[in-house]
Design a protein around this ligand. Structure first.
Ligand code: ADP
Ligand code: MG
Length: 267
């Protein structure tokens, strides 16, 4: 998180200030119902580029649904997404092309890793680049090995998920997401299926990604993660955003809903 008056690299100094701040991912009026239940009640949110946004909120507040709406794993009932190339209505019918266009922008990392059990770590990381992005296999494997090294698994390329710890599996899943080179990485409780020690390995990888100024959106119950890694905290309740600000603002807010949540989670 560079401050505005920090010394600039020579190349950046040639750019006007505004050009250095890319357009955020913008969500407008995202609404999602399941039968009579309103899971998201018209959410407006700007997700800053190059920053880590942490989504917090009680169970059932709509965090997963919101992440899933960003890459259309759930189809919103109404709303628009804008990845910086113009607003895309995502409420009604969408052409397959529009759906693909939206999905190319983001990749999700799930709580339960969702690796293919019959493929090695390398096979998991190369599958989509080869099949979907049509990257030549040799090139995809070379980048996959780099990504596995980046998440601390250089020596596990040939291991199957069943022979990896949960923390290792989740790091393979992160390498797999990175291989898609998405603008935005979405994480839905990436450490909550893991013992604390294994969770710490995954948090270290996430902290590295955050330090590289990638655009991350992370749903978590971990206040220590939010404290350590978040640039911004968004608090949801009943499908609405209750608070959107700095971690400092979240941790010091006297709003009874936030206080209650902090007390329960920290207990
Ligand atoms: P969170 O991730 O914050 O715990 P969710 O986004 O999973 O919350 O869920 C928000 C609300 O929507 C909850 O009441 C949940 O029961 C409901 N919900 C989520 N997914 C479905 C679904 N596929 N079918 C029916 N209800 C759902
Ligand atoms: Mg959830």
């Amino acid at each position: 998180s560079a401050s505005a008056d920090a010394p600039r690299a020579t190349g950046a100094a040639l750019q006007p200030d505004r050009a250095a701040v890319p357009a955020p991912l913008t969500l407008r009026g995202i609404r999602k119902t399941f039968g009579s239940l309103t899971a998201l009640d018209g959410v407006d949110l700007d997700i800053p580029r190059g920053r880590t946004t942490v989504l917090l909120g009680p169970s059932g507040s709509g965090k997963s649904t919101l992440l899933r709406c960003i890459n259309l794993l759930e189809r919103p009932d109404a709303g628009e997404l804008d990845f910086g190339d113009g607003p895309i209505p995502v409420g009604g019918r969408m052409s397959d092309r529009t759906v693909r266009r939206v999905r190319e922008h983001s990749t999700m990392v799930f709580q339960q890793f969702n690796l293919f059990p019959h493929l090695t770590a390398l096979g998991n990381v190369t599958l989509a680049p080869v099949e979907q992005r049509r990257i030549p296999r040799a090139q995809a494997e070379a980048s996959a090995r780099e990504l596995l090294a980046k998440v601390g698994l250089a020596d596990k390329a040939d291991a199957y998920p069943g022979n990896l710890s949960g923390g290792q599996q989740q790091r393979v899943a992160i390498a797999r997401a990175l291989a898609m080179e998405p603008d935005v990485l979405l994480f839905d409780e990436p450490t909550s299926a893991l013992d604390p020690e294994l969770a710490a390995e995954v948090v270290a990888v996430l902290a590295d990604l955050a330090a590289e100024n990638r655009t991350l959106v992370v749903v978590t119950h971990s206040l220590s993660f939010a404290r350590r890694v978040a640039d911004r905290v968004v608090f949801l309740e009943d499908g609405r955003i209750v608070q959107d600000g700095t971690p400092e603002e979240f941790f010091t807010s006297e709003d009874p809903r936030l206080r209650r949540f902090r007390d329960v989670v920290e207990a």
